[in-house]
Ligand binder design. Structure first.
Ligand code: ADP
Ligand code: ZN
Ligand code: ZN
Length: 724
């Protein structure tokens, strides 16, 4: 029997596909092949090269063409991807599709990764010396006589040079080369003198370079974590190795990128979602070639090849954006640990508000804990105070104490931030005449009023409709806005503080690229200002003149059905509060609530995040919730509720009856209707991961074979981070 190639194809199917090797070339594991599939062709990744055919090889098709002579994905990435596909129950092909930039999933040669350079050959040098050429050729030889120039420089200095270059290259006088993009500027800023705590953290991780060891670096925003990262990256670079730094979506501010570039003086490759596909592929390939030494990126950057890996850092490790919420539902932080182990390098998880998962790992001794308690820049930690709203006369949802604090702040020439995690004008539009309220017919949830757009918008399915002038139910002209979103707070603050600039930062006002940065840049001064915004403001740009943070409307987080809501609320409050007093001026934080006695808030404010997290962890342990148990969520949705129920009931029946599992459901999802589709779920919990892992693949296959599966859309989420 001839050996066959086993190939992962970019299809949502849990199998690999067998092909006969192509006519020419010798395939290796990790190289791409073009294969026939159905009526078309697909680019796949070779996973096994000498597999035994499972069917008669006469029935197998032959691969059309080998696209890479050597592996595009190295052994470590291949192994990690196989592990990840298995763990998160992805289709193998989907895991590869996540790892490879789009351009590399096409049947084309690899794009060049460097800048194009032109230089004189020795024949060219003598042609220049003897002056044997004329016109454009002569000018080009003269330009290059002092050394190679990039195509970009040539474009500027001799427009139309390519014609001459072609002639001269044909005559053997010029040659073209590729060079790593030149960003080898000497560092333009130098490191501050590290504090004792920072030095200890750097020493601990530094001593682990060269082998696997996870660390949890616990330090609030502004405590100097980034300086620790920078010092470690410098060590890694000095050893000739690569560093990967992951940041959450929201953390990739140009300010961060500039800081790294200025300090490290090497090329910092930045990978983020708005990169063009060509740029993304080049960056990926430069990392693979080892020319990119420092890679900074969001979630998907965890798939960057690191042939000379030295260190992996995950900043703000608690951030939910590290978990992919559709398709291949991997978690980049967890994958960072898997890769670090495979690569034999330390992994550093940093956060001011570590996830309960990571805290539990540190407690169990799996991670080593490092702490930064002091804030080097600031005078002292901000003072946090609860404002009891009960019985207060509110002005547009803002209490008198809060407004006074804002007034005092701007009177001192300082800046205040009013944080409200709800965009739009008001979350509900109500008829005072008959009690009708505007609701999304596809989600059965209130529509949010966006006043300046004169629209009602569903924040769940993005349905838009025009704002009615009168009540559609009774015709009365008594429609009133209930509750307060950022747009309404902005209006109220402008009315109240007419002489102070009020800036609103939410998804609506920052839609345009760079708008967020531009807006924040206007605050980089000593002028008073008021910022109103959503959690986009929780991180990013430092605002040296910001001294007051007022947090309003967090009470929703205190009665959510999601068991992670309190953890998230605590993280958000601490992160937002961390924006105050980043500079030399002392900061103040106000938390306005109807539940001043709530134990979480009390604990958080009196004893800080670590104490609140300990309490939450103790609760989780008591009721056996993650991280003390392991969950898998089966989600299903369909236009008909019965289809969902039938599928989930059959799915339940397909589980082994003798396994030590807790099963909740079938039940409606917390949001039971969304965009016109009924949603249901089945939650499976087990005390041991091993129990779950053993039964999930067979169950997934059984689910795919259920007749009822054809009428629903369904997915399995391993370690889900929210239950919606
Ligand atoms: P984090 O990453 O924890 O938010 P940063 O590393 O950004 O903290 O540090 C916050 C601020 O303090 C930055 O402006 C940084 O330059 C400054 N800083 C950090 N460490 C020191 C130090 N040892 N001495 C002086 N300034 C420092
Ligand atoms: Zn009405
Ligand atoms: Zn809707």
């Amino acid at each position: 029997m001839p050996a066959v190639l086993r190939v992962a194809l970019p299809l949502p199917l849990p199998t690999l596909f067998d092909y006969l090797p192509p006519e020419a070339g010798k395939a290796c594991v990790g190289s791409r092949v073009l294969v026939p599939f159905g009526r078309g062709r697909l680019v796949g990744v070779v996973v096994v090269i000498d597999a035994e055919a499972a069917v008669d090889s006469k029935r197998l098709k032959q691969a059309l063409r080998l696209l890479d002579d050597e592996a595009l994905l190295d052994a470590e990435l291949m192994q990690t991807l196989a592990w990840a596909a298995d763990y998160w129950l992805g289709a193998p092909g989907e895991a590869y599709a996540n790892a490879l930039p789009l351009t590399l999933r096409e049947a084309r040669a690899l794009p060049p990764t460097g800048d194009e350079y032109w230089s004189l050959t020795s024949a060219g040098q003598s042609a220049h010396d003897t002056g044997s050429r004329r016109g454009g050729s002569k000018a080009l030889l003269a330009l290059l006589a002092d050394g190679a120039l990039s195509a970009r420089e040539l474009n500027e200095r001799q427009p139309g040079w390519r014609e001459a270059a072609r002639r001269l290259a044909g005559a053997g006088l010029l040659e073209r080369s590729e060079r790593a993009p030149s960003e080898h500027r000497p560092p333009s800023t130098s490191a501050p003198q590290l504090s004792d705590e920072q030095r200890q953290a750097v020493a601990a991780v530094g001593a682990s370079l060269g082998h696997y060891q996870p660390f949890l670096l616990d330090g609030v925003t502004g405590s100097g974590k980034t300086e620790v990262y920078l010092a470690l990256i410098e060590q890694v670079l000095a050893q000739g190795r690569q560093a990967l730094l992951l940041v959450p979506e929201i953390g990739l501010a140009p300010q961060t990128v500039r800081r790294l570039r200025q300090r490290l003086g090497v090329m910092v490759e930045v990978l983020h979602s708005s990169l063009s596909e060509g740029e993304r592929a080049r960056a990926w390939l430069r990392a693979r070639a080892g020319t990119a030494r420092v890679i900074l990126g969001t979630r998907s950057a965890i798939f960057t090849p690191l042939p000379q890996a030295g260190l992996i850092i995950v900043d703000e490790e608690h951030d939910g954006s590290y978990k992919q919420q559709d398709g291949f539902r991997y978690h980049a932080r967890d994958l960072a640990l898997v890769r670090a182990r495979a690569l034999g390098v330390p992994v550093l998880l940093g956060s001011g508000t570590p996830s309960l998962e990571s805290l539990a790992n540190a407690e169990a001794g799996r991670y080593r804990s490092l702490h930064l308690r002091a804030r080097p820049g600031a005078v002292r930690a901000p003072q946090v105070q609860i404002i009891d709203m009960r019985g207060q006369r509110l002005e547009h949802g803002l209490s008198p104490a809060l407004l006074t604090a804002v007034a005092e702040t701007v009177a001192r020439g300082e800046q205040a931030l009013v944080f409200r995690n709800r965009r739009g004008y008001a979350p509900v539009l109500l008829c005072h005449g008959c009690g009708w309220h505007a609701e999304c017919s596809r989600c059965e949830r209130p529509l949010t009023l966006h006043a300046s757009q004169r629209q009602l918008i569903c924040h769940h399915c993005d349905h838009h409709q025009r704002l009615p002038a009168t009540c559609p139910n009774c015709g009365a002209a008594e429609l009133t806005a209930q509750g307060h979103g950022t747009e309404r707070l902005e209006e109220a603050l402008i009315a109240r503080f007419p002489r102070v600039p009020v800036l609103r930062v939410d998804r609506e006002t920052t839609r345009r690229k760079d708008a967020f940065e531009e807006m924040l840049a206007t605050l980089d001064n000593d002028q008073p200002a008021i910022l109103v915004g959503t959690q986009m403001l929780a991180k990013g740009h430092d605002l040296p003149n910001l001294t007051l943070v007022a947090i309003v409307g967090v009470d929703e987080g205190l009665h959510s059905v999601d068991f992670r809501a309190e953890e998230r609320l605590a993280q958000l409050v601490v992160q937002v509060a961390g924006r105050a007093g980043r500079a030399r001026k002392p900061g103040r934080v106000l938390l306005q609530t109807h539940q001043p006695e709530h134990p979480l808030l009390r604990n958080l404010l009196a004893h800080g995040y670590a104490a609140a997290a300990r309490e939450l962890l103790a609760e989780r342990r008591l009721i056996q919730l993650p991280p003390y148990s392991h969950q898998v969520l089966l989600r299903a949705d369909a236009p008909q509720r019965e289809a969902v129920e039938l599928f989930l009931t059959a799915a339940h029946a397909a589980l082994p009856t003798d396994a030590p599992l807790q099963i909740a459901g079938p039940m409606p999802a917390p949001m039971a209707l969304r965009a016109g589709r009924h949603r249901g779920q089945l939650l499976i919990e087990a005390g041991s991961r091993g129990v779950l892992r053993g039964l999930l693949r067979p169950w997934q296959q059984a689910l795919a074979a259920l007749p009822t599966a054809r009428k629903v859309r369904w997915s399995l989420d391993v370690d889900p981070i929210d239950l919606y």
